[in-house]
Design a protein. Structure first.
Length: 536
């Protein structure tokens, strides 16, 4: 069961990668550019049942604990539990050291209870050990029961009675504790003790109900002391505020159709809880449905991200080979990711949302994967003024901006906002005004840049009497002249002429031949060439 302080641990316990037939959406993949990815999400935990931060928000808005519980577990009723104690596993080990700060009693299966002086004992799997004050070890017959008027100690102090059993190889230590005292140590371990009283009361009822619904009465213990059940922090975890909440709700549990409800809880919903069938599949549970969670906004984990990934980093994290092209998600009725499809050069791979959460260490399965790519421009030279189209994908990335860098300025500067089509693609046409690099940026990242190779645009023709070459160059670059070349065995420069302010230039050769105009502008510009012209 997920709790406020264990979402990351749960993610690590989830199962690994599966590869199979794809079932996610069919958005156009980013197949040309090198995509960048950004993962953003909402909430922390599995999302089923009571959001603890949502309960905090409700309590801050003066909602009482019974109404908080009714919201998160619709259709349940508050009733009184009949169970008075619970058995908590504390350890399974080859040896154990337990102690008491006051006189305590030990009883084994063969003898009456014996009072021990304050102190500690170390047990082994043979149940042969020295009691405090004795010089020689004694053999005992399991099970062993330890009682004291003060809390017994195993690494930390616990209320209740310790029972130790052995299978000859391993010891099992179980704390049998009154249910309400168990909750005194659980509630502040699962929810901050400084939170409002009504939130702590809701937590107390949820923890009590969950413990009784999930306890395993057929084995040597009912519940685990950690996130496998609920965190049981012992005496040091107790606080007056949480103990008061336990007392104010003494014995109260939630039931549905006469059966104690399994009251899951977790840290943060992100604005809506999840239905159990969306998270764990199986048959729907009427009181574990998706409900709005308006006050969950108090949580610092209500929204999180974006976390940026290069294609290489994401492919490595997911164990996918080949160039990563795109990632697409399909969500369930609770808005959590049901299936995530990874498209790479080697094929398509499907993951569950839980698998992605584990692989990437995400806080929840309510996330989206933004994809940002810019298709590279062709490496050919583009004449000045020619329309150029930039294309790519900007799916689930928020506001995007096209940025430009020119040889004259090292800094990137905004060019224009990027407008997306319904499928998350974009297409922008601009005129080749000069050599430049372009990239598309979002709040989280930017694409690799693509370079626009531009040459001055030259036209050249012969005059009507075929005595003069007439041409135009655009743009007119300061200090740059037009070379006139004549074709002999090779092209040779025969003149350099300055263009007018409008870019016009003329040249009257002394003899006929084949000519062309050429401009070498430098500063990042490609060489501009005009088509050859014959003069008779």
């Amino acid at each position: 069961m997920s709790i406020l302080r264990r979402a990351i641990l749960l993610a690590l316990l989830l199962s690994g990668l599966t590869v199979g037939p794809a079932s996610a959406g069919s958005t156009t993949p980013a197949v040309k550019g090198t995509p960048q990815f950004a993962v953003s999400g909402h909430g922390w935990g599995h999302g089923v049942g009571m959001s603890q931060w949502g309960a905090y928000g409700y309590a801050q808005h003066s909602v009482t604990y019974d109404k908080i519980l009714a919201h998160y577990f619709p259709g349940t009723q508050l009733t009184q539990a009949t169970v008075k104690s619970i058995r908590v596993l504390l350890a399974q080990s080859k040896s154990l050291t337990i102690s008491s700060t006051a006189p305590w009693k030990i009883k084994d299966a063969a003898t009456a209870a014996v009072t021990l002086p304050a102190g500690k004992i170390t047990l082994n799997a043979k149940l042969t050990f020295k009691i405090p004050g004795a010089t020689d070890p004694q053999a005992f017959t399991g099970p062993l029961t330890f009682t004291s008027q003060t809390p017994l100690v195993f690494k930390k102090a616990y209320r209740g009675t310790f029972t130790v059993t052995s299978d000859g190889k391993q010891l099992t230590l179980v704390d049998t504790v009154p249910l309400e005292q168990y909750l005194d140590a659980v509630v502040p371990s699962e929810m901050p003790k400084t939170w409002p009283a009504e939130a702590l009361k809701a937590q107390a009822v949820a923890a009590r109900s969950y413990a009784l619904a999930e306890r395993k009465t057929s084995g040597p213990f009912d519940v685990y002391p950690d996130t496998r059940s609920q965190v049981y922090g012992g005496v040091t975890a107790e606080s007056p505020a949480s103990t008061a909440a336990v007392g104010a709700t003494s014995g109260q549990v939630l039931t549905y159709n006469g059966k104690i409800a399994t009251t899951y809880f977790f840290s943060t919903s992100g604005g809506r809880t999840a239905a159990s069938t969306d998270v764990w599949q199986g048959a729907p549970i009427p009181y574990l449905v998706s409900v709005p969670d308006p006050y969950d906004t108090a949580s610092p984990y209500h929204d999180w991200g974006p976390f940026a990934y290069t294609a290489q980093k994401l492919a490595s994290a997911l164990g996918v080979t080949g160039r990563l092209l795109d990632v697409q998600t399909a969500v369930n009725g609770s808005d959590r990711v049901d299936t995530l499809r990874v498209i790479s050069a080697t094929g398509e791979h499907d993951f569950t949302g839980a698998q992605i959460r584990a692989k990437l260490g995400l806080r929840s399965t309510w996330f989206s994967v933004g994809v940002l790519s810019l298709d590279p421009l062709a490496t050919k030279t583009i004449p000045y003024g020619t329309p150029v189209t930039l294309t790519g994908i900007g799916r689930d990335m928020g506001d995007l901006e096209l940025e430009q860098q020119t040889p004259a300025t090292a800094a990137w500067a905004p060019n224009r906002p990027v407008k997306l089509a319904a499928d998350g693609t974009y297409s922008m046409t601009l005129k080749a005004a000069g050599p430049a690099s372009y990239r598309v940026t979002s709040e989280a990242m930017e694409t690799p840049s693509t370079n626009l190779v531009v040459a001055p645009k030259l036209t050249l023709k012969a005059s009507a009497d075929h005595t003069t070459l007439i041409g135009v160059v655009k743009p007119v670059l300061k200090g740059v002249q037009v070379q006139i070349q004549q074709l002999g065995q090779r092209w040779a420069v025969v003149a350099s002429v300055p263009p007018t302010r409008t870019g016009r230039f003329t040249f009257s050769p002394l003899a006929g031949g084949v000519y062309r105009a050429r401009v070498v502008a430098g500063h990042g510009w490609a060489v501009g060439l005009a088509p050859k012209v014959s003069l008779q």
